[in-house]
Design a protein around this ligand. Structure first.
Ligand SMILES: Cc1cc2nc3c(=O)[nH]c(=O)nc-3n(C[C@H](O)[C@H](O)[C@H](O)COP(=O)(O)OP(=O)(O)OC[C@H]3O[C@@H](n4cnc5c(N)ncnc54)[C@H](O)[C@@H]3O)c2cc1C
Length: 466
C-alpha cells in the first residue's frame, strides 16, 4: 500500500498519532491516502485523525459548489466516525493549519493527497518544509489516479498515444481490488481530541453551509446541481453501469444522457476512479455487448484523465499560452491579426448572448446547471478562440467560465480540455483555417451532421422557461 505514497521531506516517521490531511480525495471508502495513513498508524499502534481545511474562495468556485463539497464532507465525517476516526475542520491557510494540528496532537506522520495543481502543490511544499524544520515526516499518496501520477510516466507526455502504452503496461499491477478501511483500533486521547476538535467539524460545516445559502440567495441566481456526496456518487455509478453504459459510444450526442455524469463526484474525490473502473469492468464481464462501450469509457476515465494530471504535473504552464506546443503557438501567432467576425463582452458570453444558438444553449446549461455535455465543451471553447481578440484572451475566458461555473471545474481535466481546444495540447495540426491556423476547428454545420442541434436548443429552452 505504501507504494502509492512518497515522502515530501526527509524526516523519518516518529512515534505519535498519524494525521491525514484530506483535500482532493474527500471520501472515507476506497481512499488510498487514508488507507496509507491507517496502515502506518496500525503498524505503530497509534491513533489516526483526519483534518480538512476550508478555504474562503478557491479559483472562483460558486457558493453552490462549496455547498456540494460541504454536504459530501458531512457524509464523510459520519462515515469516518463509524470507523472510530475523528474528523476535524480548520479554516484558513492549510499548510499552517495542518502543522498546528500536527503540533497539538504531537503527530509522528502527516499523510496527504496528491494534486498536480499549482496552489495545492504550493501548500504541500510549504507544509513539507515547515514540517521538516519541526522534525515531522510528510507523505503524499495519490488517491485520485489509478497509477500514481509520478509513476505512470516520469515526463510530460505528448498525447494519449504516448501515455497509453505506459498505462496499459502498468495497469494490471495497480487496478486491483481496494482493501476496506477498518475500525481504527486506537483512540486519540480524550483531552487531545477535545483540544483539537473545537466546536466540532459538523457544527463548522453546518455554519459554513448556512453562510453559503445566504450568499447564493443574495446572488439572485442558483445553479441546480446533482445530489452531492459519496452515496449519491455510488448511486450514479450503479445507474450508469446498469442503464447507460451500453450506449456510451453515442455520448457525442448531447440529447442522449448516456455519459456517466460522474465528473462532479470524481472532481471532489467523492468517488474513487479505481472503484469506478472496477465496477465498469465487472459490469462488462461476460457481456459481449458491453465490451466496446466499456473500453471507450475506461479510455476516458483512465487514459484521458491520467493524461490531464500528467500535463498539469509536468507543465507549470498548464493554464497559459506557454503551455501550448510550439507548432500551435507558431500557427496561432501567424493568424493573430486575422479579423474576427464576432466579438462579445464577458457579460454577453456569460449570459449566452451570442449570434450562435447552439453555443448560447450550451453556455446557459453551464451557467444554470454547472454542467455541459462533453462534446459541446470542445465546441464551446473553440468558438471562444474564434470570437476573442487573442488566443490568450480566449484561454483566460474559457478557464474563468469553466472554473467559475462548472461543478467539476478547477480540475486538471478542465485546464487540459481548454488547452486542447484552443492550443492544440495533446492534438496535432489539421487543415489551415482563418484565426485557428492549423488548430482543429469545430463548426455549427459539423454539429448538425452529428446530432439534432434543434432538439438540443429546444430542450434548453424548456429547461429555462420551465
Ligand atoms: C473545454 C473543456 C473543458 C473541460 N472541463 C472539464 C472540467 O472542468 N472537469 C472535468 O472533469 N472534465 C472537463 N472536461 C473533460 C470532459 O469533457 C468531462 O470530463 C466530461 O464531459 C464529464 O462528463 P462525464 O462525467 O459524463 O464523462 P464520461 O464521458 O462519462 O467520462 C467518465 C470520466 O472520464 C473522464 N473524462 C472524460 N472525458 C475526458 C477528457 N476529455 N479528458 C479528461 N478526462 C476525461 C472524466 O473524469 C469523466 O467523468 C473538459 C473538456 C473540455 C473540452
Amino acid at each position: 500500500m505504501f507504494d502509492r505514497s512518497r515522502p515530501l521531506n526527509h524526516r523519518p516517521v516518529r512515534p505519535g498519532p498519524v494525521l491525514y490531511w484530506m483535500n482532493r480525495d474527500q471520501r472515507a471508502s476506497d481512499n488510498w491516502a487514508l488507507l496509507t495513513a491507517q496502515q502506518a498508524a496500525v503498524q505503530s499502534g497509534q491513533p489516526l485523525l483526519v483534518v480538512f481545511c476550508l478555504q474562503e474562495a478557491f479559483l472562483g468556485a460558486r457558493p453552490e459548489h462549496f455547498s456540494f463539497m460541504l454536504e459530501g464532507l458531512l457524509e464523510t465525517a459520519r462515515e469516518l466516525q463509524d470507523f472510530n476516526i475523528p474528523f476535524i475542520v480548520r479554516q484558513g491557510n492549510p499548510d499552517r493549519a495542518v502543522l498546528a494540528v500536527a503540533g497539538q496532537i504531537q503527530a509522528g506522520l502527516v499523510v496527504t493527497d496528491f494534486s498536480p495543481l499549482r496552489l495545492p502543490r504550493q501548500w504541500r511544499q510549504d507544509l513539507a518544509v515547515a514540517a521538516d524544520q519541526a522534525g515531522l515526516a510528510v507523505w503524499e499518496a495519490d488517491a485520485h489516479n489509478i497509477i500514481p501520477c509520478w509513476l505512470a510516466s516520469d515526463k510530460l507526455e505528448f498525447a494519449a498515444r504516448t501515455i497509453r502504452p505506459k498505462i496499459q503496461r502498468q495497469l494490471p499491477a495497480w487496478l486491483t481490488d481496494l482493501p476496506a478501511l477498518v475500525r481504527h483500533p486506537v483512540d486519540l486521547a480524550g483531552e487531545l481530541l477535545q483540544d483539537v476538535s473545537g466546536p466540532g467539524a459538523r457544527a463548522v460545516i453546518q455554519q459554513a453551509l448556512a453562510d453559503l445559502a445566504l450568499q447564493s440567495a443574495s446572488d439572485g441566481r442558483r445553479q441546480t446541481l446533482p445530489p452531492p456526496g459519496p452515496a449519491a456518487a455510488r448511486q450514479r455509478l450503479s445507474q450508469f453501469t446498469t442503464e447507460s453504459l451500453k450506449e456510451f459510444d453515442r455520448r457525442n450526442d448531447p440529447n442522449l444522457p448516456v455519459s456517466s455524469r460522474l465528473s462532479p463526484y470524481l472532481h471532489f474525490g467523492q468517488i474513487s476512479a479505481q472503484r469506478v473502473a472496477l465496477a465498469v469492468q465487472a459490469a462488462a464481464q461476460g457481456e459481449p455487448d458491453l465490451a466496446t462501450p466499456a473500453a471507450s469509457f475506461l479510455e476516458e476515465l483512465i487514459v484521458r484523465r491520467e493524461l490531464s494530471d500528467n500535463f498539469c504535473f509536468y507543465n507549470p504552464d498548464y493554464d497559459n499560452w506557454n503551455g501550448f506546443p510550439a507548432w500551435a503557438r507558431q500557427t496561432l501567432e501567424r493568424h493573430r491579426a486575422d479579423p474576427r467576425a464576432y466579438r462579445y463582452s464577458d457579460e454577453q458570453l456569460e449570459n449566452g448572448q451570442t449570434h450562435d444558438p447552439l453555443w448560447n444553449t450550451a453556455q446557459l446549461e453551464l451557467r444554470d446547471t454547472g454542467q455541459m455535455p462533453g462534446y459541446l465543451r470542445m465546441y464551446w471553447a473553440k468558438k471562444l478562440l474564434e470570437w476573442c481578440a487573442t488566443p490568450e484572451q480566449a484561454q483566460q475566458i474559457a478557464i474563468a467560465l469553466n472554473d467559475g461555473l462548472a461543478i467539476d471545474g478547477r480540475d486538471p481535466n478542465g485546464y487540459v480540455g481548454v488547452a486542447w481546444s484552443i492550443g492544440g495540447v495533446h492534438d496535432r495540426p489539421w487543415g489551415e483555417r482563418p484565426v485557428f491556423g492549423t488548430i482543429r476547428t469545430m463548426t455549427y454545420d459539423g454539429c448538425r451532421r452529428k446530432f439534432s442541434v434543434d432538439d438540443y436548443i429546444r430542450k434548453g429552452r424548456y429547461r429555462r422557461d420551465g
